[in-house]
Design a protein around this ligand. Structure first.
Ligand SMILES: Nc1nc2c(ncn2[C@@H]2O[C@H](COP(=O)(O)OP(=O)(O)OP(=O)(O)O)[C@@H](O)[C@H]2O)c(=O)[nH]1
Length: 322
């Protein structure tokens, strides 16, 4: 791993003498690389990545353990200008989270230019006054050194624009190229308050298992589908119980029932596929990942249902846990 200190933008330095602990939140436009970075930092798959924007619905925490610091990552949905009630709810959730964390990592892809979406987020972050904001320039493997240098300056300038807040640090990283991942941990940790670890060593997430199971199903169901499904797919884990044998004893198999809600019949068709072929694939992929996550054999039952216009209906949203 390349974590040469000369590659780190100047910042507030190391964690100091004592141990530090606290919470960090990753924000950025959809597709900015937040989930991938969370996974790289934690070193295990906990958040959901997908090549489709706005797939992260739940606040998933990953925990980075280091000898001198414990960094609890709160991965949020993409902060974006709300178009639907769901979008508004997500933004409220994000802003509420931001006010409570110790440091915010604002992810900006190296291979894109600063756009209106970034300016909108920068303006939102300026409202969260007390929390330091570290700009993390992601996906550096996608650009050459010259472009990266330009981009770092461009990002620094974004913090200095009227109505924004200067960034506490600017750090380049490639989560997939394993470049500077440690540097991101170090810089974020340097902004945490002194304190003992908040979670026992070895713990990677405090997200309830059912939420993570739901996310794995959601991820599998979205894979390779290129239409508007990310906005129209909700996942509810209905049941997770040990399967009992004929003698009433546990068989070592976990029974998992999951409901996939789509908005329209046409979307139901997309998820299920011809003759149910796609849903079968989704089930196999999701089951393997759930088994890896929980360390137990799983019997997975997926049902697809249509919940018309659920994104705009507060009662439906509440029922689905938003
Ligand atoms: N080349 C390269 N691609 C990356 C890197 N980090 C993320 N990506 C890709 O960028 C896309 C988006 O990454 P995500 O981590 O899902 O982005 P996100 O910000 O969590 O997206 P939302 O959940 O939509 O908010 C995926 O296709 C990733 O594989 C990186 O360091 N290098």
């Amino acid at each position: 791993m390349s974590t040469d200190s000369s590659e780190v933008a100047p910042g507030t330095g190391g964690a100091g003498d004592g141990h530090r602990s606290g919470f960090a939140c990753l924000v950025g436009r959809p597709n900015a690389g937040k989930s991938t970075l969370t996974n790289a930092l934690v070193g295990e798959k906990v958040a959901i990545t997908s090549s489709r924007p706005q797939t992260t619905r739940h606040t998933v925490r990953g925990i980075v353990h280091r000898p001198d610091a414990q960094l609890v990552l709160v991965d949020t949905p993409g902060l974006h200008r709300p178009r639907t009630l769901l979008g508004q709810r997500l933004n409220d959730l994000v802003l509420g989270t931001l006010a409570e964390v110790d440091v915010i990592a604002f992810c900006l892809p190296a291979d894109e230019r600063t756009g209106p979406g970034d300016r909108w987020i920068a303006a939102q972050l300026a409202q969260v006054r007390r929390t330091p904001v570290v700009a993390v320039v992601t996906k550096t493997d996608k650009v050459d050194r010259g472009r990266l240098a330009e981009r770092l300056l461009e990002v620094t300038a974004l913090g200095e624009e009227e109505g924004h807040r200067p960034f506490a640090d600017v750090v380049p990283v490639s989560a997939t190229g394993d470049f500077q991942v440690d540097a991101v941990t170090r810089v974020l940790s340097s902004h945490l308050p002194p304190g003992p670890p908040l979670y026992p060593d070895g713990e990677l997430t405090d997200e309830p298992e059912a939420v993570m199971v739901g996310e794995l199903v959601r991820e599998a169901a979205l894979e390779g589908v290129r239409d508007e499904l990310p906005h129209s797919l909700a996942v509810v884990v209905d049941e997770m119980t040990p399967r009992l044998g004929e003698d009433g004893q546990p068989t070592g198999l976990l029974k998992v029932h999951v409901l996939l809600y789509v908005e329209r019949d046409s979307q139901k068709g997309i998820v299920i596929g011809r003759g149910g072929a796609r849903l079968k694939e989704v089930g196999t992929t999701a089951r393997q990942n759930i088994e890896a996550l929980l360390g137990t054999r799983v019997h997975l039952d997926l049902r697809v249902k249509v919940a018309k216009d659920w994104q705009r209906d507060p009662r439906q949203l509440a029922r689905l846990g938003f």
